[in-house]
Design a protein around this ligand. Sequence first.
Ligand code: EPU
Length: 433
Amino acid sequence: MSMLRIQGGKPLVGDLEVAGSKNSALAVLSSVVLCDGPVMLHNVPHVSDIETKCQLLRMFGAQVDWVEGSLVVDATPLSFAEPDAELVRKIRTSFYLLGPLLARLGFCRIPAPGGCRIGARPVDFHLKGLRTLGAEIDLEGGVYTARCDQLRGAEIYLDFPSAGATQHLMATAVLAEGITTLQNVAVEPEVVALAEFLNRLGARIEGAGTGTIYIHGVSRLEPNEYRIPADRLQAGTFLLAGAITGGDVCVKGLVPENQTPVVNKLREAGAFVQEGHDFVRVSSVGRLDAIQIKTMPYPGFPTDMQQPMAAVLALANGVSVIDETIYESRIGHIAELNRMGAKIQLQGRVASITGVDRLRGASVEASDLRAGAALVLAGLAAEGTTTVRNVHFIDRGYEDLENTLNGLGGNVVRLDANGRPVLSGAAQVRAER
Ligand code: EPU
């Protein structure tokens, strides 16, 4: 079990290039099995969730190789398999393989998924949609078994614009016979990216990025290549790192419109934000002002950014309020931030944050990916030394986090359980490869 030791109190200053999007890459890797030929993916981030997904794909017979930094997946030799339940439970998107595998094989078994523990995270929208497309699905002993002769296009209405259900059903419908209409869908950039990817391979998807998506079924997909877009959540985290440390950070290689919620809220809090055609730069001097935030589906304020933002607002002037409407228990960061001197009170899903003028380094524990990011940000701004344990959560979604922060002037060291310095998460992943 490694940990990050952070020597806080230094403003972060400089430029960085953001890595490819974890959530985009995971969605693409779920649907890549629709194609019976090699697909080359560029800019796939070196994070542990991707490694888990690659292992799962290999279990189903796909050939998955890193070639000069790109990921090549050939799902031609796909076959039925009983995937390892422990592996499946590591990531939520293992479940998103169910529909695409079913479309290719006509039969599939997948244990119930896991992922970060931030709420109940049911899969009812996925199941309802897949059944509407003609799948027969049973759950027994914690394993979903799905069968179908031929999936058929249908009209599907989502009760909530779930990013995962939109991606899963859109991909599954690509090889279904006829036209599928998905209504009340998510408009997240990762949904648009997935549609772009599938269309490059010959799918016929229209409307991604709007509330209704139309999919004209095709009989097969053709091999092609695709570049995973920048990770808006990593980018947002680095922008917040600039703000919380009173620094000046420029994140490059991103799509500025995708950062709109974070950028607007930082401006409202008094930070200076400059946007160019592929960069966003944030700087701040002195304390930010308290603000109110309500998490919403895109383009609302992302639930993934509320935890890192809570760390920033812990040091703002006045009382901020964060209302988390998407997940009922994305709150693991609060007690740990309070351990560092923050004053955050939680009532239901609403956190009231009374800003303090300083945080103090402490030994804290990440409970999930973005809670971990929040604690790292707090550690960067705190007086003294912070130790963040359970770094494996952070490695799920941040590539080389400590090296990136150190490149901006931070002082972050990864230590093993005995306190000895070790390689970064991404460097370990590369070394094991
Ligand atoms: N929901 C249901 N039933 C379903 C599906 C979702 O009730 O069948 C609910 C969820 O419980 C939640 C809401 O709908 O309350 C939204 O969930 P959504 O399906 O949109 O989330 P997801 O696809 O499971 C993805 C990201 C999350 C991110 C959310 C929200 C991936 C791998 N995960 O999850 O990212 O928080 O969208 O934007 O793409 C992270 O990166 O740290 C992370 C957790």
